[in-house]
Write a protein that binds this ligand. Structure first.
Ligand code: GTQ
Length: 372
């Protein structure tokens, strides 16, 4: 009698009762393995044992390829783009660094986006904002500007600029010469988390609320305005002029003690936190003194690099590139590489290091280079 009732209940509730199997279920034999997999797939299920190694690999394999772009090529293609499309039409006239390991996806590394942006004299890239944060290294041209969150700065080669998440930003070139820079964005992290929002500013150029250099004078000298309260996740400082970066590198170098892999490396920081101004990306400027012969190194963070000054050689796995000013190259995650400096070599780089450290994923390894 009790059995009878529970059977009826099970039928009514669609068979979800945790009771003992019905006589029919108990007698059922499973199908063969192939049919079982097909049945699972049809019901949106997967056997973990078939994909376990892919989901949780024993070591990283998908960091992308090492790749080098000479400045001569990047500049020529950019100037061609300048003839073929206006900045207004393009919205952002950028050649995206597309790692062949992820062809067509617009990835420089597994996690990083990078591109070369061009503004011709008189052009404006209209103001917008989005969840993705951007960082920029100015490559060529004096007198272009970027406006970020109500403040405009004039860009010079070697300058580092950030547009933190959600800040309105627009660029313009009132000078007589083309202006080119390297963009880095965390779009793939944003998209992984399905967090992208964006909107245009009502006009091409955003309203300017503070004088040029205001944030640098307020926050960039080891001082903070009294009773400063940080609003939101944004770094209040967004422009690091190269002159200041270079003199700090020169001073550190004069004190000696180069790291055998990284030379003299300084990270850009939000002065109110001591952390990277962008929470997903670490950006650095490294000085390798003339004659530097680096040890081999690999880290779990792929790097996008560009030479600011000097020449040298970069070896990744079994290939070596001769690198010079404004060349761009990728050091993929977990691939052995080393730097050699022919003369004083200054290299800008950015990576996802700060994010990986925060998540507890960070790893790096060193291997001495046999000295001659
Ligand atoms: O300058 O705002 O390379 O929004 C990609 C997306 C640059 C920019 C990029 C962007 C920008």
């Amino acid at each position: 009698m009790a059995d009878q009732i529970s059977l009826e209940t099970r039928e009514k509730t669609g068979g979800t009762s945790p009771d003992a199997p019905t006589p029919a279920e108990a007698q059922r034999t499973p199908p063969d393995l192939a049919t079982f997999h097909e049945n699972l797939q049809a019901d949106s299920l997967l056997p973990l044992w078939e994909i376990m190694r892919r989901l949780a690999a024993s070591e990283p394999r998908n960091g992308g390829d090492p790749i080098f772009w000479s400045w001569a090529n990047l500049r020529r293609y950019s100037m061609d783009a300048g003839e073929l499309i206006t900045a207004a039409e393009a919205e952002r006239r950028v050649l995206v660094l597309d790692n062949p390991a992820f062809a067509g996806e617009g990835r420089a590394t597994n996690s990083l986006y990078a591109g070369i942006q061009l503004l011709l004299p008189g052009e404006v890239a209209a103001s917008h904002r989005h969840t993705a944060s951007a960082l920029r290294l100015i490559l060529e041209g004096e007198g272009g500007y970027t406006a970020v969150d109500g403040e405009q700065v004039i860009m010079s080669p070697g300058d580092f600029i950030v547009t933190p998440t959600g800040t309105f930003h627009d660029h313009g070139n009132p000078s007589e010469e083309p202006v080119l820079w390297l963009d880095g964005l965390d779009v793939f992290v944003v998209n992984l988390l399905n967090a992208p929002f964006g909107e245009d500013y009502p006009t091409d150029r955003q309203a300017i609320a503070r004088p040029t250099g205001d944030s640098l004078s307020r926050y960039g000298s080891g001082l903070l305005p009294h009773a400063y309260a940080r609003s939101g996740a944004r770094s209040p400082m967004f422009w690091w002029p190269y002159e200041r970066t270079k003199s700090s590198l020169d001073a550190v170098r004069a004190a000696g003690g180069a790291d055998p892999v990284l030379g003299f490396r300084m990270n850009f920081i939000d002065p109110t936190t001591g952390q990277s101004p962008i929470k997903t990306m670490t950006a650095s400027m490294s000085l390798f003194p003339s004659g530097f012969e680096g040890d081999f190194y690999r880290s779990i963070s792929g790097h996008v690099c560009s030479v600011v000054e000097g020449t040298g050689e970069v070896t990744v796995d079994d290939r070596t590139w001769r690198v010079g000013p404004k060349d761009v190259f990728i050091l993929p995650s977990w691939k052995w590489h080393r730097f050699q400096a022919s003369d004083d070599l200054v290299i800008f780089s950015f990576s996802d290091e700060v994010l990986q450290r925060h998540l507890g994923f960070w790893r790096d390894e060193r291997r001495p280079h046999p000295k001659a």
